[in-house]
Write a protein that binds this ligand. Structure first.
Ligand SMILES: [Zn+2]
Length: 211
């Protein structure tokens, strides 16, 4: 599990003796949080909650252990196609690093191939690899774009994410339906207005008969 790997790495830095010191598991901390908010961690409904939260956190942060370079480079194909490739409406579920509350929505990813394309299914997996970490939406957007630029080496990349943040909505900081929109445009998407507009107009279109 990724959380274990991170703990191990930290212990290595402290020398061998520190590795023998047991780090409290996430479940122990969750039990302490439950007690701190005035709950009884031993009552029936909460008895297994610390373990469940630990499992959920391991799942929701598994992106730290994923090698996005390997994910993309193992599925590169040489093609004679240089038009825009767009994968739109990719589900995004992530957690805001300021409140540890979810934000979720859709990502739209496009690139202009330069001799190589990446397997289509890898793009949603790339989004997950960065979303399953503690994030801010702006950084998530940039990381997806830069990973494609670095490993697929296209003529340009565009990424747009539209998301709702529970830390805003639940705390009443913003109106119920406000959506945060972030974008990152690299290469041709940054330099050419026409390319950028083509991408933005295509992601606004509703599915024809496919949706
Ligand atoms: Zn937040």
């Amino acid at each position: 599990m990724p959380s274990n790997r991170r703990r191990t790495n930290r212990n290595e830095g402290n020398g061998g003796a520190a590795a023998a010191v047991r780090q409290p598991a996430i479940r122990d901390h969750v039990r302490a949080v439950l007690a701190a908010i005035g709950e009884d961690p031993a009552r029936e409904g909460l008895e297994k909650t610390p373990e469940r939260v630990e499992k959920a956190f391991s799942f929701l942060t598994q992106g730290y252990a994923q090698d996005v370079g390997a994910l993309l480079t193992q599925a590169l194909f040489t093609v004679d196609y240089d038009e825009m490739v767009i994968i739109k409406d990719i589900d995004v579920f992530s957690m805001c690093e300021h409140h540890l509350l979810p934000f979720f929505g859709r990502a739209h990813v496009a690139y202009l191939p330069k001799g190589k394309v990446v397997g289509l299914s890898k793009i949603p997996r790339l989004v997950d690899a960065f979303a399953r970490r503690l994030q801010v939406q702006e950084r998530l957007t940039v990381q997806i774009a830069e990973a494609i630029q670095q490993h697929v080496k296209p003529r340009g990349v565009g990424v747009v994410i539209e998301a709702m943040h529970l830390c805003m909505i639940m705390r009443g900081v913003e109106k119920q339906n406000s959506v945060a929109v972030t974008s990152c445009m690299l290469g041709g998407f940054r330099e050419k207005l026409q390319t950028r507009e083509e991408f933005l107009s295509l992601i606004k279109k509703k599915h024809g008969g496919l949706g």
